[in-house]
Design a binder for this molecule. Sequence first.
Ligand code: TEU
Ligand code: CA
Length: 546
Amino acid sequence: MKKNWWKEAVVYQIYPRSFKDSNGDGIGDIRGIIEKIDYICELGVDVVWLNPVYKSPNVDNGYDISDYLSVMQDFGTMEDLDELIVKLHKKGIKIILDLVLNHTSDKHPWFLQSRQSVDNPYRNYYVWRDRPNNWRSLFEGPAWTYDEQTGQYYLHIFAKEQPDLNWEHKPLREELYNMVNFWLDKGIDGFRLDAISLISKHPDFPDAEETGWDGLGNGTRYFMNGPRLHTYLRELYDRCFDGRDIMTVGECAGVPAEEIINIVGQSRKELNMVFYMDHMFVDISDDGYRFGRPYPRQWSWKELFSIIKQWNSAIAPDGWLSFYLGNHDFPRCVSRFGNDGEFLRESATMLAAFLLTMPGTIYIYQGDEIGMSNARFSDIEDYRDIESINYYKQVKEKGGDLYAAMEELKNKSRDNARTPMQWTAGKNAGFTEGKPWINLNPSYKDINVAMQKGNPLSVLENYRRLIALRKRHKNPLVYGRLIEISCEDGFIHYAREYEGDRLDIILNPSDKKIAFDLNYSSVLYNNYEQSELPSFLSPYQALILQ
Ligand code: TEU
Ligand code: CA
């Protein structure tokens, strides 16, 4: 196995809007991130990934870009971003940006041109048809919107303000490659590629076979993992990535495990690694879309573990993967996979031990390192996320059960993970001097950086220890095999092994005490304060043993 810095990296994901506000307008910004560089550095992470910071009307918080080459005003200026890059680099931390190539904002000049007339030079930058098919947008409602000006429909897999780019059209691809090279020439260290598995669609745009409660169908098999995906990724590699020492991670919904090697295999020259999502849907549903389905679905750790094993064996012999338990698109991991009540500290640290002993490049989402839990807003007015709001609107329009919809939002809304970072127990959790763009999670009085810093039992200090431990034992923990020994719901035991160098990891993902009688020469990590190896496991206990 070839060794690379990006395989060994622990990445910290920053959602700039909610990280730190430097000027009191209630919106996190780049200067806020600069203020917190020491914090990021002390965590011990190697790379920072910023969610989109480009100019955007913010219908989808930056995932609707209206100018790829300038910085969103709310976040600051290009000079601020340049300064952040330089300052992170000085501390030995790399930075990757979010690259949104599947769609733009409907306010992007290309789209404004495109909708003017059928023979506008930018017409084919987007996908226009006389008749729509029955696909449901991933953000609810139809995936096609009628545009009166030219009497045709345009495709948008996400919101109607996010028209899909037409990758079939070569001049469009050329523009995108130039833009990508602009950012790489600036000296950033790579990209997270948003919804990249969607860039090639089935050329016939077939209807989805089955329609749901809203009369629309799930067309994912026709717009994800399309026939020219590899051609485009390879072209992107040749034109932009080749010869540069960068990292690339693609968000690859809809690409099955059996096919992933075709993207991440080294000789394929496409991407370094992908984010797979099956484990993130383990409690949600099996068909990828999240609302209007029973929740939580029955799931087990055995199932979760087998998903992880499946993906890791799928990348042999020379591919690479990532691993993560949370990001800006999912509820908080401690609320989903742990216990955010009585055992918040214990389960958040157990999840940290799980995360940081997995194969693949590890991604930590801001706030998870202090055990932030779901905000569970109970008033629709408090929600900001377009996906959540659209869902609620649809249910309302169709006369559905609004109480049930609200319960769904409390558990599943992406806003659960988008509340401001909790720095202190003081005003607005130290996030802003002004009025935050989204309410804080009231938990900030008890869960915040200031209270945890220096307390060895805290979630934060446990993350630090585990990150450091992963670095110290990178042969087994980064490059080693994953060996499952036992995976019952109350007792998980696996090992990581590299040429005889082996660590054993033991987790109790339950609120029960369980008997334990294994012998090891040394305890490298314990999320409970104990000087000896215990004879039983406490609730959510995690041990790393040698
Ligand atoms: O997400 C793509 C994606 O697949 C999402 O629809 C995901 O399945 C969903 O959010 C789960 O609830 C990316 C970004 O991560 C997301 O924030 C954007 O909204 C989306 O693309 C559109 O750019
Ligand atoms: Ca601000």
